[in-house]
Design a protein around this ligand. Structure first.
Ligand code: NAD
Length: 384
């Protein structure tokens, strides 16, 4: 397939957050271009957004169902190849299902669905449709996170014993939703966000980062969920103990009421011989501590890195890479799979370095387990 891939965008309308990031990241390496979209629940705002993206008016659709039908009817050399879903959580499953059932690949933002039941169904639809689905767990796209994963996988720090992962935000420290702020409004509404508030929104990122770096699945959780801001209907603060499948233990916290905090997601993983530490606020560095050596700071773009970290960097050391590039790295792996899939529909997505439907399903199981654990007096709650 020696051509640019064609992308449709669902969400990403005026005033939205992540759809616009997807558009930049998906096009960053010149592998794909935006050709159509259903950018808003309002047809008028979708049209407005289409103009802003410089699309022909006919391809800024009034809704995603109309978009999928119309794109399917276009000649094969014009229609979109895949759709990106960047809508609030309750509007992930239906557009994803429609895309897959009509022959389109899907990139969907996290959490993959509104509920665990939806996620299970989506996995079955992906299998039936033989289309590809990626979930944008952004932080696993960073080169130095990949370096950490590679070091752990190579046994450099020995068997993993302890994992500490945290995601502090402060933007919901006040009742922003009561003032009608768009992103706060749906995130704090159980009918649009799902069973989890902070735990679904950012806890899922932290859990996926812990599992990606360690190569281990979380098996059991002992969680506490809090709602700190008066009148809020979902958790805005979560803390929990983790037990991993190999018996390693961990601690995860995710809070949106840590006043003054931005997005410094941070992870530390310790094994028998050493540990690795990464944080988004210093994303181009990875701290490596060994039991018998001075502390080392490994840097993005350096020649001594693992090939997977090198392949996911674009500039020489010292030129900062960040969030957009991490996002673009997920797209790059997805595009490779998509092009290979064109030649061989039997490819195994586990051979590609992007979060897939199993990771999305596991994220939904994480939210479900945390909520069940927080409601129970039992010490440990296993994944369903
Ligand atoms: P947002 O409220 O800023 O944007 C949502 C967009 O969806 C808006 O443009 C809205 O008009 C549009 N929309 C709503 N209903 C629609 C419909 N029926 N058809 C078409 N468009 C519709 O929300 P956001 O902060 O961008 O979050 C969107 C999703 O992305 C959420 O699932 C969120 O969890 C996820 N997210 C992921 C990351 C990440 O780092 N990976 C970061 C932020 C958000």
């Amino acid at each position: 397939m020696a051509r640019k891939l064609r992308m449709g965008l669902i969400g990403g309308g005026p005033g939205s957050f992540i759809g616009r990031i997807h558009r930049i990241a998906a096009e960053l390496d010149g592998e794909a271009r935006l050709v159509c979209g259903a950018f808003s629940s309002s047809p008028e705002r979708s049209r407005e957004a289409g103009e802003g993206y410089h699309l022909p008016a006919a391809r800024a659709y009034p809704g995603y169902a109309a978009m999928i039908e119309a794109e399917k009817a276009l000649p094969a050399d014009e229609r979109m190849d895949f759709a990106v879903i960047a809508t609030p959580n309750h509007l992930h499953f239906d557009p994803a299902r429609r895309c897959l059932e009509n022959g389109f690949h899907v990139v969907v933002d996290k959490p993959m669905c509104f509920s665990l039941d939806e996620a299970r169904e989506l996995k079955a639809i992906v299998a039936r449709s033989r289309r590809l689905l990626a979930v944008t767990y952004t932080y696993s796209g960073y080169p130095m996170v990949k370096q950490a994963r590679a070091l752990v996988a190579a046994g450099r720090i020995g068997a993993v014993r302890k994992i500490y992962v945290e995601y502090p935000q402060g933007w919901l420290a006040t009742g922003l939703e009561q003032a009608g702020q768009k992103q706060a409004d749906w995130r704090t509404d159980p009918a649009r966000s799902g069973a989890g508030g902070a735990i679904g929104d950012i806890g899922t990122h932290a859990a996926q980062l812990a599992e990606y770096v360690s190569g281990l699945r979380i098996a059991q959780i002992d969680a506490s969920l809090n709602t700190v801001v008066a009148g809020r209907r979902l958790d805005d603060d979560a803390a929990m103990l983790l037990r991993f499948e190999n018996g390693a233990s961990g601690v995860l916290f995710a809070t949106q009421v840590a006043a003054g905090e931005e997005n410094n997601i941070r992870i530390r993983v310790y094994g028998e011989r050493g540990g690795v530490e990464w944080q988004q606020a210093d994303a181009n560095s990875l701290v490596l501590r060994m039991i018998d050596a001075p502390v080392q700071v490994l840097r993005t773009g350096s020649g001594y890195l693992d090939p997977i970290a090198a392949a996911n960097a674009r500039t020489p050391p010292g030129h900062p890479e960040g969030y957009l590039e991490a996002f673009a790295n997920i797209y790059a792996a997805f595009y490779q799979a998509l092009r290979d899939h064109e030649r061989d529909p039997g490819i195994d997505v586990r051979d590609y370095d992007f979060p897939n439907v199993d990771d999305g399903l596991h994220g939904m199981a994480f939210v479900d387990t945390v909520v069940r654990s927080a409601q129970s007096d039992r010490k440990w709650t296993p994944f369903a």
